[in-house]
Design a protein. Structure first.
Length: 93
């Protein structure tokens, strides 16, 4: 089950000992900054946690599941995340 944004905000508020409204502002600020930096093509690296970056995805042939028709997808940018060592260790126990 995925954690919702409000659940995440509640955990941040608890960990930081701040009201939920302040935690929501902090979370929104971090997410907006990440979004702005990635949209500008910047790479964001948190040592030990991981790295966010955008990559170019080339156009490629795809099959439309509902019709079986083959067509070309458009080239686009995608967001990539690579987990750092500390995060990997924490997840793997």
């Amino acid at each position: 089950m995925a954690m919702s944004k409000s659940d995440f905000v509640a955990k941040v508020a608890e960990n930081m000992s701040v009201p939920k409204t302040k935690a929501a502002e902090m979370v929104d600020g971090v997410l907006n900054t990440l979004t702005d930096c990635l949209a500008a093509g910047e790479k964001i690296q948190f040592i030990g946690f991981g790295t966010f970056e955008t990559r170019e995805r080339a156009a490629r042939e795809i099959r439309v599941p509902s019709t079986g028709e083959k067509k070309m997808s458009e080239a686009c940018k995608v967001v990539s995340f690579k987990a750092g060592a500390k995060l990997k260790d924490a997840v793997n126990g």
